[in-house]
Design a protein around this ligand. Structure first.
Ligand code: URA
Length: 429
């Protein structure tokens, strides 16, 4: 086979066979196919799409590229959650230990920042010493020991997604139904879980801008899950504004700890517990939504979810003792309102790109992140604003980048006379 012929075949909108897809991915992993050839292939998929059979072949080869976790020697209830990517979305960091405290095993493979969205792994790596790469054997033992562990893809686990994910981030090939489906589902199926809840983000800060697009993605993911005996539930949640009060790196770890301590913002708690309820009901641990919410609140109240979180960090080499001191930002800017009214709209994707400029995401292959960087959302949609009031607090440790990001942030909100609101949970299935 010739790589450029397969790229051309997809470029011209033709169907690729299972053999061709497997050969292309394997040759990329063997370094015979270059990053530039793979980037063209991804762009061809982005424009031409894939049918169900092609997606299934892609998911299969992405799983087979590495080793899978196997819990078949036990009776554990093993579950996970994943989101399609958002701004300020730290629900994975909060839900994983909550479920762990309720007896569910959660072996989570998470990702880094993608385009304008934040990455769970980058946030965790703001904790000094935290090891997001673990061997399959250690990952399994960490999950069994503490009920939860969060790692990233590696040469052993989902190597195809590890390499393709990075390329997609740098080549504007993320918002593609087959590429998102194969990236997420290959990770989740490799975890050996039996239940998955997917948070499909919808809106101006999401890859899926409309509910219709989100539903099409969910349908594809459900179908893929069924093929692998994985039960999937879906929440469609709004990304028309950032989730919670902070977006960034260390600041999102702080907000997660606050939330696990019982002091989280309302929207973040609502979505986290809603996602958790889906898993708790599937597991039989909760009989209904009311019961599931009460159980999750009880492990926040008694401190057991926070203890799970701290143990998880400790087990993976992280040091939380000096965390706040080590991640103090050197510089801070405020963006203020130029008129009275109501905060009626965010350009959430614009906020995400400002965060990339600030130091929270990757512009280049070798971009170095700034763990101290982030934004505090002092006001959210529907808040009444007086001229001169602070809308954002922006912080990092590089003055030049702070200035660039601040300029962009000035353009990311609208104040009008209209009092608007955003419905956080749009739909579920
Ligand atoms: N999260 C992933 O893991 N992959 C994607 O493609 C998008 C979100």
């Amino acid at each position: 086979m010739v790589p450029s012929n397969l790229i051309a075949k997809k470029r011209d909108g033709k169907r690729l066979s299972k053999k061709e897809i497997h050969w292309f991915i394997n040759s990329f992993l063997n370094k015979e196919i270059s990053d530039s050839q793979m980037s063209s292939f991804l762009m061809a998929i982005f424009f031409r799409g894939m049918d169900i059979k092609e997606i299934s072949s892609l998911v299969n080869i992405m799983i087979e590229s590495g080793s899978k976790l196997d819990f078949s020697d036990s009776n554990y209830f093993i579950a996970d959650k994943h989101s399609t990517g958002g701004i300020g979305d730290k629900t994975s960091l909060i839900l994983t230990p909550i479920l762990g405290a309720l007896g569910i095993k959660v072996p989570m493979i998470a990702g880094r920042a993608l385009a304008f969205t934040g990455g769970t792994i980058d946030k965790l790596e703001s904790i000094a010493g935290f090891q997001s790469k673990q061997s399959l054997k250690k990952f399994k033992s960490l999950t069994i020991k503490n009920n939860c562990a969060i790692i990233c893809q590696s040469d052993e686990i989902c190597p195809a997604d590890q390499k393709i994910y990075k390329l997609r981030d740098l080549t504007a090939t993320i918002p593609s139904l087959p590429l998102i489906t194969s990236s997420i589902m290959s990770k989740k199926i490799s975890e050996g879980i039996n239940t998955l809840v997917l948070d499909i983000k919808i809106g101006n800060g999401a890859f899926m801008k409309t509910l219709k697009e989100g539903k099409a993605l969910a349908k594809m993911m459900k179908k893929t899950g069924n093929e692998f005996n994985l039960k999937t539930d879906f929440i469609f949640s709004s990304m028309d504004q950032p989730l919670g009060k902070y977006a960034g790196l260390a600041c999102e770890i702080n907000e997660s700890i606050d939330t696990l301590s019982g002091n989280g913002p309302k929207d973040l708690i609502e979505l986290t517990l809603k996602l958790g309820s889906k898993i708790l009901i599937r597991s039989g641990i909760a009989s209904n939504i009311k019961n599931a919410l009460a159980l999750q609140k009880s492990v926040i109240k008694d401190g057991s979810a926070l203890r799970r979180f701290k143990t998880m960090i400790h087990n993976q080499g992280g040091d939380l003792c000096h965390f706040k001191k080590l991640n103090q930002p050197k510089y801070t800017n405020y963006i203020t309102a130029k008129k009275d009214g109501y905060l009626s709209k965010f350009n959430t994707e614009g906020i995400g790109w400002s965060l990339v400029e600030l130091g929270c995401g990757y512009k280049f292959k070798k971009s170095k992140l700034d763990n101290s960087s982030g934004v505090e959302f002092i006001k959210k949609i529907g808040d009444q604003i007086t001229r001169g009031e602070k809308i954002y607090r922006i912080f990092n440790s590089n003055r030049e980048k702070l200035e660039v990001a601040s300029k962009l942030m000035e353009e990311t909100f609208k104040i009008t006379d209209q009092n608007e609101s955003v419905k956080l949970i749009i739909d579920e299935s």
